[in-house]
Design a protein around this ligand. Sequence first.
Ligand SMILES: Cc1cc2nc3c(=O)[nH]c(=O)nc-3n(C[C@H](O)[C@H](O)[C@H](O)COP(=O)(O)OP(=O)(O)OC[C@H]3O[C@@H](n4cnc5c(N)ncnc54)[C@H](O)[C@@H]3O)c2cc1C
Length: 431
Amino acid sequence: MLDQFDVAVIGAGMAGIIAARDLSNKGFSVVLIEARDRLGGRTYTEQALGSHIDLGGGYVHWTQANVWRELHRYGISIFPPPTANKVYWLAQDKVHSGTEADYFSLVDPLIARLVADARARFPMPFDISIVDNSDIEKQSLEDRISSLNLSPYERDVLDGVLSGIVHSYEEQGVAQLLLCVAAYFGDYKAFFETASFWSIEGGTRALVNAIMGETKAELHLSSPVRSIFDDGTRVKVTTRAGLEVYARRAIVALPLNTLQDLQFTPDVSPRARAFIDQKNPVMGGKLWVRVKGHIEPFTGFAPVGKHPINAVRTEQYHNGDTLIMCILSDAAAIQGDDKHAVQEALRLFVPDIEVVDTASHNWAVDEFSKGGWMFHRPGSLTEAAPLMRQPHGLVHFAGSDIAAMDVGAIEGALETGVAAARDVYAALSTS
Ligand SMILES: Cc1cc2nc3c(=O)[nH]c(=O)nc-3n(C[C@H](O)[C@H](O)[C@H](O)COP(=O)(O)OP(=O)(O)OC[C@H]3O[C@@H](n4cnc5c(N)ncnc54)[C@H](O)[C@@H]3O)c2cc1C
């Protein structure tokens, strides 16, 4: 048995490490318990393909308040990919190409119709309760897109541009997309830029290391937690290896899809349990490819389910070769290490491309994530997620999957970690 701590933080992704830093810097004794043998969770910088690459979350933006505060705090900079004026898009079984202006003259009116009510639905995105959105909460992306009566060509074009965030149109709700767009002034291009453009110098690992360099929390890696017992006066956290930790409060900062593996006593409320059981539907992934030679910068899009690689972009150049970043709507659609299959898939966009090497991580089958970026099913954004952010006895939840804004992003993870630390601080300061 370990000593008793003021706070046990479970999960050392962005949400957990920021909560552990903030609370330990306020003088509380904090233990940070992580299942994997590394920090960062669904952010994971690897030295591969001759560069630092982020195999999980990586893109951030200066408009993201928590991200920017932290990058600024540690003097870490960000950089964009090379400018690409060439765009390829798969639609109606044919690859089309044009300039960025050509492509967006097609996409803009379609997306404008899709998200037309974003700001009316979420006029103050930080307070989603001010408009009754119960009707659209039930809508899936598929319901919304079907109602637009698009031609098959338009549908494929729209599918392609959304493929970087979509795994299943039927299982993902429209509300989260509208909230994200509303947060960026109703401008979907601004939202897409925040979600998919600027990388952290040195990778997300640079930020993780900087935060951890300042924490005073006691860290336990390779220690998956099995159960959490709240007796009303303190919390007992037990790892799979039988280690027991006592704390006055616990912060559970885990991916939604792993919460089913933890035993909570007493159990969370029935609504929270239903949310946990429904899970995050996204089983997408990210694949990095080193290809031979200097490829002219390009971007490519293919509709969900119609090609194994869905959103693709030249991202870096190294020693005469090109690094290409690919988003897979379905991580199971291609084996990341099958160079031949990856080459075939990329040749849809650039016919003579030659793959040198690949790097990826399958988040969908990783037992400590069991999925990709969070996207709410119809019905859970405005009700279940706010409920999860409330204290459950002495247990608080955090993580991008239950964030109030920037759901499913690094920013959302940091936001919830900071908020959970604030709530725990308030509770411990008055007890
Ligand atoms: C392929 C991919 C691309 C993405 N791209 C972007 C992007 O470009 N920009 C962006 O902002 N976001 C992106 N995201 C999302 C972003 O990475 C996540 O939303 C964010 O990192 C989640 O942080 P978190 O702390 O909430 O959860 P996590 O990072 O998942 O951290 C949870 C931690 O809990 C640990 N854990 C799990 N089970 C247990 C257990 N039983 N006991 C103890 N510990 C446990 C895990 O090992 C993990 O370290 C992407 C995600 C993926 C998968």
